[in-house]
Design a protein around this ligand. Structure first.
Ligand SMILES: [Fe+2]
Length: 239
């Protein structure tokens, strides 16, 4: 465990993150609390977290083109997804675990509960993990996931997206979020996206096409930076 001072992480801004109760996103009805939230002071349990710097990674953990290889490459648009993890004051987060999972090019997850009629891809598992470097950088190589329909409204489709979990320096900073792709017309129609009130917050979830990082004749690239909660000390010291 890496120790930090108690009670230093800034409270999540509930006007920026989606509200818990957003009935157009049906499952939020059953999942959201019915009573006022109780504020619990941060203790060492929340302001510390695992030290990932000694985690042993497999050779292809961040390469979804190769990490489920069954004798071929997955079908789909080959892409690099790169970015940096920062705290809300712009400080890069080094040595933190970035995990991601996604559907294949047809919009199908390799998960026992996914019954969508698009077929599984024998060469695509759909999960990856990476550790940020000393400047907070991570990268994944994968295929662009397909959109898929879901049982919500009569005709709701998820935009193409990649799920992300970022641990950050403590339990209090862990963020689970989704990456969307620039230019996808399904983004503004999605009830999950619409649960986010502030368009500027939605904008931060959209990865940008990054031609400067694309490999000619190989793969396109998208850029997705991630912002976690910051520590109060950073703010007041004005570093
Ligand atoms: Fe999904």
């Amino acid at each position: 465990m890496s120790a930090t001072d108690n009670s230093r992480f800034v409270i999540r801004d509930r006007n920026w993150h989606p509200k818990a109760f957003t009935p157009d996103y049906k499952t939020s009805i059953a999942r959201s609390p019915r009573q006022a939230l109780v504020s619990v002071p941060q203790s060492i349990s929340e302001s510390t977290g695992p030290d990932f710097s000694h985690l042993r990674f497999g050779e292809h953990d961040n390469d979804l083109l190769l990490n489920f290889n069954n004798g071929g490459l997955p079908v789909g648009e080959r892409i690099l997804v790169t970015g940096r993890v920062f705290d809300q004051y712009g400080k890069p987060i080094a040595n933190t675990l970035v995990e991601m999972w996604q559907a294949n090019a047809g919009g199908r997850y390799r998960h026992k509960n996914d019954r969508y009629l698009a077929p599984l891809d024998p060469n695509f598992g759909g999960v990856g993990r990476a550790l940020t470097d000393s400047e907070g950088r991570y990268s994944f190589r994968t295929i662009k996931p397909g959109p898929y329909p879901w049982r919500n409204g009569p005709n709701d489709w998820r935009p193409a997206h990649i799920h992300f979990s970022i641990s950050g320096p403590s339990i209090a900073t862990r963020l689970i979020t989704q990456l969307y792709f620039e230019g996808d017309p399904l983004i503004p129609l999605c009830p999950i996206v619409k649960s986010i009130a502030n368009p500027a917050a939605v904008d931060l979830l959209i990865a940008r096409l990054d031609m400067s990082n694309a490999n000619p004749m190989d793969c396109l690239a998208y850029r997705f930076d991630i912002v976690l909660r910051g520590q109060r000390a950073t703010h007041f010291e004005n570093r």
